[in-house]
Design a protein around this ligand. Sequence first.
Ligand code: APR
Length: 309
Amino acid sequence: MKRKKVSIIGAGHVGASTAQLLAHSGICDVVLFDVVEGMPQGKALDLSEACPLWNSASTVTGTNDYADTAGSDVIVVTAGIARKPGMSRDDLLKTNAEIVGAVGKGITAASPNGVIIAVTNPMDVMAHLLYKTTGFPHHRVMGMGGVLDAARFSTFVAWELNVAPGAVNSVILGGHGDQMVPMPRFTTVGGVPVTELIPPDRINALVERTRSGGAEIVSLLKTGSAYYAPAASTFQMVKAIIFDEKRPLPAACYLTGQYGVSGLYAGVPAILGAAGVERIIELKLNKHEHEEFTRSAGAVASLVKILNL
Ligand code: APR
């Protein structure tokens, strides 16, 4: 079987870390694209030289030319600027929209049949922008945010209960912003909802820490934003697509009436496979959860409106 080709647009912290995970696992060939000359080539060469040590047959190529990304099965978009302390993801809107708009054109010409994963923030809006600029069907354009937010919530729940982080199954809905909606009622450990394991005030504290999880790291790093967990989250999504896993993962998907929202990207549980977003799972929300989801989607909609998408 021919190895799949995954191109990563933006060879910065998140892009290069994702490339490392993909090359290390040997599950695909990787192309690292960036506008900075020499940098993606240098990182690709470094990663290539690690492949013998990882016993990986992946090829890793660095480039400044979209032609080298041609025919990609998956395209991961991390191009843009990252947050500095005091900035919200939304503060990145205009700068990153210009960058991601250009990226969308490059992708369309090179890989008209690929599946796109938007990572650049504000992510839900960038997914929408890529959907519009590429003209791809919406099931082939999704955003990475929910897997990361869920991983953060799982981490904090695991610390609280002293259980293995991987044993926590977290569900988070809504936009990948300050109004994301962690769903304790649907978050389980060994099949038991955390609402039965952790008192409400502690759950609220874990929810709040998750909501500001990205900002907590930005304030510690001072020069940029998180990249190890974002890369690990992106890796999970790429894997689900290239192996046609039909795996339920939270993703920013284009909604066409699900959860009462139409014509907008927001985070929902979805089945990811070779076709991209193959199905959206609709959870039965209570009134409060539904209101929170609607508010979070509204925050995404107001940014989409600024860009006139
Ligand atoms: N095309 C391709 N790459 C570009 C372009 C462009 N038009 N413009 C900028 N880039 C590249 C930069 O040269 C840089 O190498 O995007 C890369 C971004 O990398 P970092 O600055 O290290 O940012 P990173 O931490 O990887 O975050 C990237 O992901 O998680 C989000 O909020 C984060 O929006 C940010 C994005």
